[in-house]
Design a protein around this ligand. Structure first.
Ligand code: F6R
Length: 610
């Protein structure tokens, strides 16, 4: 997804902008660009490809401007070409602009602008904004011109704008796409996300929807779209820049896989009272009355977060006896779901910016449902829309493929199920205590699973050339069949499918022969015997079996070509352990195939468009 950075400083901003852009690379992009103002004119360059391509072209150029904007583009309107990359400019080349998001009414606005004589250099929706501001700037000062232009735009976007003749002013705006302001000493910044700001400052202001900001070197003014100034004290970021760096790992994905003991432990620590062995959710206090009245739950999310929701359904139904549906957010938002004030809509999102999940929350709010977010990014859009938020504490997740956010989401939804079970008296205090005690052992057990890394590497070497994989599981581990297949697809570009193991004989079994690997999640559980039968069916057709089993369980030894074990835990908590070998398998397959790992082709970390 596109990334915006901007800086106004007493020092040259070019290195600042490049450094900040690099820290937004995780969002996914296909071109980058940069503009500064020096001696009354714009200095700019933009290039398709990685930031280093842009840097190569900047070598030898002596730009010392003290104000500038940078951008990484993830193509939506028009292919990733130099013309379509940002910044974009007005006809008179007095206005430079970078943009994240989508302008829905750009075609009609463009027609009008063309009628008024404007000439366009790109196929983007973004460029119309520069021309629109130019129109308004004929009669207005810069800030008002931007304000008036924004009011004509429909869609979701964040903007950074500079005026060639006003090198002391940088303008930002947020309408449904993230924008954070960084407060420095005699320098200020804007960026799409906090990691871009961390090398320069830890003091930030998260802009709210429909807010604008004017940055000068020594002043930051936040206002609404009508220019009414708002007092917004900065927040101090508590996590360190090293959390956003690789710390010696070859890829962020591997680092994040290995951070899971800590992520699960930290998330658990926030919601578990160790002394009393019980769950505590202080963040739910404001909505407690409504929560006590719910008679139904709908979980909505996308991708990996949706898989966490599928596990959540089993746990919530088992522990609370509430009926639970799980809806992909892009389906939920265009469906006609039955919602009322007694429905709890639980939205799960790592980024908190996923456009479909955000829209689903808004729709649920409109229908009077109680909305609750499970989110990893503080202050993100979904957390602002939901009536309450409980956070996962995974730390920043940089790799596009979600790993530690997933296990943290599982942690939180399982703890929430226990909490609601107690609140509704569908489980006893004793069972809560027993579950919490077991839960607290999980970080150590994850560490044990991570020790199977080398074995998994060997397994990946053996099957790296297989073009297709099947993943199967049942009950609590059925969603992990989806998740394992998704991980493999997205980072190793190997086709994979996830199936409920019981479905194999209803069609997919036809695929099985002696070249076709199936990853079977067959840990100790209420459906263990059923899983063994399903594995036997595959083996009878000479299929290759990679099995995830419980330590000490010998039942599958004679059937599997490769066995990876995880420590024993309850069936309900087992997905937190069984997903780890699946993540590592995908990782090692992708490394062996020479894939880019942290930024798979065609994908973005934060999907802020539909
Ligand atoms: C897969 C992955 C995606 C995200 C999905 C939702 O590894 O990361 O499937 O899970 O795009 O993103 P969030 O959780 O940010 O809403």
């Amino acid at each position: 997804m596109c990334g915006i950075v901007g800086a106004i400083s007493q020092r040259p901003v070019r290195p600042i902008l490049l450094e900040a852009l690099r820290r937004l690379e995780y969002r996914g992009y296909d071109s980058s660009g940069l503009v500064t103002i020096q001696n009354g004119s714009f200095q700019w360059d933009k290039r398709p490809g990685k930031i280093r391509v842009l840097e190569d072209h900047l070598k030898g150029k002596n730009w010392n401007g003290h104000i500038g904007l940078g951008h990484t583009r993830w193509a939506t309107h028009g292919p990733p070409t130099r013309d379509n990359a940002h910044p974009h400019f007005s006809c008179d080349e007095k206005i430079a602009l970078v943009h994240n998001g989508i302008i829905e009414n750009y075609e009609s606005l463009k027609e009008n602008l063309i009628r008024r004589g404007h000439q366009f250099r790109s196929e983007t929706d973004t460029e119309i904004i520069a021309h629109l501001i130019e129109e308004h700037a004929k009669k207005n000062k810069p800030f008002v011109a931007v304000q008036k232009a924004i009011k004509e735009l429909e869609g979701s976007f964040a903007l950074g704008v500079m005026f060639r003749d006003h090198p002391d002013l940088l303008i930002g705006a947020r309408l449904n796409s993230p924008l954070v302001v960084g407060i420095g000493r005699n320098e200020n910044f804007i960026a799409s996300d906090v990691p871009a700001l961390l090398p320069f400052t830890k003091k930030v202001i998260y802009l709210n929807e429909n807010e604008m900001v004017q940055l000068q070197r020594d002043r930051v003014t936040v206002s609404d779209l009508n220019g009414r100034v708002k007092r917004r004290p900065p927040t101090t970021i508590t996590w360190d820049i090293t959390s956003a760096e690789k710390e010696g790992y070859p890829h962020f994905m591997l680092k994040e896989i290995f951070e899971q003991p800590r992520a699960v432990k930290t998330t658990t620590g926030y919601y578990v009272n160790r002394k009393k062995s019980c769950t505590e959710f202080a963040a739910l206090k404001p909505v407690l009355k409504k929560l006590n009245k719910i008679n139904r739950v709908i979980i909505t999310a996308c991708g990996t977060a949706w898989h966490a929701g599928l596990v959540g359904k089993y746990a919530l139904e088992e522990l609370t006896r509430l009926p639970v549906d799980v809806a992909i957010a892009s389906e939920f938002r265009y469906g006609n779901p039955v919602l009322n004030k007694n429905t709890l809509v639980l939205a799960i999102s790592q980024s908190g910016e996923t456009a479909d999940t955000l829209a689903a929350v808004r729709q649920a709010n409109e229908h009077g449902a109680l909305t609750l977010a499970i989110c990893n990014v503080v202050g993100s859009s979904i957390t602002r829309e939901a009536k309450a938020t409980i956070y996962t504490y995974a730390g920043p997740e940089i790799s596009v493929a979600s790993t530690k956010a997933y296990t943290s989401q599982l942690t939180l939804i399982l703890l929430l199920a226990i909490y609601l079970g107690r609140a509704r008296k569908t489980i006893t205090k004793q069972s809560e205590t027993k579950m919490i005690r077991e839960f607290l052992t999980l970080p150590k057990k994850i560490e044990a699973v991570l020790k199977t890394d080398q074995l998994i590497d060997k397994c990946a070497a053996q099957y790296r050339d297989a073009p297709n994989f099947m993943y199967i599981g049942r009950r609590y581990n059925f969603p992990n069949a989806y998740e394992g297949a998704l991980k493999l697809k997205e980072i190793s570009y190997t086709h994979a499918e996830g199936y409920g193991a019981g479905e194999m004989k209803h069609g997919p079994l036809a695929l099985v022969d002696n070249t076709f690997p199936t990853v079977a999640i067959a840990v100790q559980s209420s459906v263990h015997e059923k899983m063994v039968s399903n594995i036997q069916e595959i083996k009878a057709r000479s299929g290759i079996i990679i099995a995830i089993t419980t330590e000490g369980d010998k039942a599958i030894d004679h059937l599997a070509d490769c066995i990876i074990t995880v420590p024993e835990t309850s069936e309900m908590f087992s997905p937190i352990l069984t997903v780890i070998p699946l993540q590592l398998l995908a990782y090692h397959m992708a490394v062996k195939k020479g894939c880019p790992i942290d930024q798979p082709r065609n994908l973005a970390k934060s999907v802020t468009v539909e």
